[in-house]
Write a protein that binds this ligand. Structure first.
Ligand code: NAD
Length: 503
């Protein structure tokens, strides 16, 4: 059985741990390789190496660090096809979606290529007579990224390009269901000229994360995953004196106003709810109407579209059209999603399209489930409250815009929210009042571009700074403010001053 190795000090090395974790091709349900959880010794070695590599990398000029990022970007583009196939093989998402994920990660690399400009800091000439003040943004040291299964390329690339460009070293602890891509990325960074030890990968589970969260040499942790884990990492990392940015789960809503074109809106919902089999933190699993007439029309438009969804293996056979979405990540997750649909039925939601138990022919062992559509989802139902992370769309029937907005604002998660409307005033009111970190107007998945920042509100994110963009640079640097005076001794000594200096 092929084993995915750790990457420490510029080389792939076997873990000294003893617990193996199976990696499946979710489309076939077959185990394709394994990964061994790291021992404490492995994690400590990665921290030692990252700590040792830090001083020289931190002193490398930002321009030279940027050149490594430029080269890394070229190599990523060279290998896009190979990398996308690895993502599809281990995660299951369709090939074009894997390419899309790589592209969104690549854009953060492009942002990081501008690091000499981003680290310029500020300068005030003559802040007082003969006094200048400047700020410098200096790297932190060893930084850690703990990432989820659903974006094995993009989420790590929200983190390490900026961290490395800022002059830090980095240890990535990827999800264990689809860990191979992290090793490909490590090899490409090495090929791009990144010195050994600056970027390391340790595979593992909670025990390994505990070491990373507690080691005093680790300065910052970027975490992305489920909300209980995000809250925990934020708490423990904070207790151990680290900067922590911890992004969690989501339950994104879209308000559908009566003035929309129903077919266009139904298509937008379809991609956002069912793309990547709903395994996206910016998926759109809830559509909230504000009158029954719109709800009826929407359900009528959606029903045949959801029934016609095509799901199957992520790589299309020659000459065939690509599927709409692939399988779920594991059999266990398939059981969870099926369990949610069972619960929705028991709770009294109307099951319009039932995806349970449906498998594409020839892939009976794969972790597939068809698209599911519920109507009359109510706020007291579990399928409304909890993140399902599967291809399940629920229609919620509110009675007014205010009620719909209140629903969103009272939900414990606040990652993304959208409104579909032709009415500018309604859109303006929505964007102003909605309690969510990323908001779309006629945009169902408003994932900000790399030069803005990504982050939710409420229980969707913990920590002060968002991911990537300008916040990423702030997160991965500490600011030093220098006040400078060059007295002209020819003017004589001013004598001692005992009061608080004022300018
Ligand atoms: P997960 O929480 O099970 O695992 C994510 C990572 O956290 C893994 O690397 C795992 O080792 C680690 N982890 C898990 N429990 C931990 C703990 N108690 N302490 C320390 N580390 C722990 O999440 P997943 O199933 O891999 O990913 C799906 C989740 O991630 C969903 O909830 C999804 O919404 C969320 N997600 C959020 C965003 C975002 O930007 N907000 C992006 C992608 C995914």
């Amino acid at each position: 059985m092929e084993t995915v190795l750790n990457f420490i000090n510029g080389k792939q090395v076997p873990s000294r741990g003893t617990t193996a974790w199976p990696i499946y091709n979710p489309a076939t349900g077959q185990q394709i390789r394994q990964v061994i959880m790291s021992s404490a010794e492995d994690v400590n070695e990665a921290i030692d190496v990252a700590q040792a590599a830090f001083p020289a990398w931190a002193e490398t000029s930002p321009l030279r660090r940027a050149r490594v990022m430029f080269k890394f970007k070229e190599l990523l583009l060279r290998d896009f096809d190979k990398l996308a196939r690895v993502i599809t093989e281990e995660h299951g998402k369709v090939y074009s979606d894997s390419i899309g994920e790589l592209q969104r990660g690549l854009e953060v690399v492009e942002f990081a290529c501008g690091i000499p400009h981003l680290l310029k800091g500020e300068f005030s000439e003559q802040a007082g007579r003969g006094i200048d003040i400047h700020s410098a943004m200096q790297p932190l040291g060893v930084t850690v990224g703990i990432t989820p299964f659903n974006f094995p390329a993009m989420v790590p690339m929200w983190m390490f390009p900026i961290s490395l460009a800022c002059g830090n070293t980095f240890i990535l602890k990827p999800a264990k269901a689809d860990p191979s891509l992290s090793i490909y990325l490590a090899e490409l960074l090495k090929e791009a000229g990144l010195p050994d030890g600056v970027f390391n990968v340790v595979h593992g589970d909670r025990h390994d994360n505990e070491i990373l969260m507690r080691d005093p040499r680790v300065q910052a942790i970027s975490f992305v995953g489920s909300t209980p884990a995000a809250a925990y990492v934020h708490k423990v990392g904070g207790e151990f004196g680290k900067r922590v940015q911890a992004l969690g789960a989501a339950k994104n809503h879209a308000i559908i106003m009566p003035d929309v074109d129903i077919e266009t809106t139904a298509d937008a919902l379809l991609g956002a709810a069912f793309g990547a089999a709903g395994e996206r933190c910016m998926a759109l699993p809830l559509a909230v109407t504000i009158d029954d007439d719109t709800a009826d029309k929407l359900v009528k438009a959606l029903k045949p579209k959801v029934e016609a969804l095509r799901y199957g293996p992520g790589i299309a056979k020659d000459g065939e059209k690509e599927m709409d979405f692939g399988p779920l990540i594991t059999q266990q997750h398939l059981n969870n999603v099926t369990g949610y649909i069972d619960k929705g039925v028991v709770e009294g939601a109307t099951l319009v399209v039932d995806g349970r138990g449906k498998k594409p022919a020839g892939y009976e062992q794969g972790f597939f489930i068809g698209g599911t559509l519920f109507d009359h989802v109510k706020p007291d139902m579990v399928i409304y409250q909890e993140e399902i992370f599967g291809p399940v769309l629920g229609i919620v029937r509110a009675k007014s815009f205010d009620e719909a907005l209140q629903l969103i604002n009272q939900h414990p998660y606040g990652n993304g929210a959208a409104i579909f409307t032709a009415n500018g005033a309604a859109a303006r009111e929505f964007t102003y009042k909605v309690q969510a970190g990323m908001v779309g107007v006629n945009v169902p998945i408003p994932v900000p571009m790399a030069f803005h920042c990504f982050g939710g509100w409420k229980h969707s994110a913990y920590g002060q700074l968002n991911a990537y963009g300008p916040d990423g640079v702030r997160f991965y640097t500490k600011m030093k403010t220098v006040t400078t005076r060059w007295p002209d001794y020819r003017e004589g000594n001013e004598g001692a001053a005992f009061s608080m200096p004022t300018l």
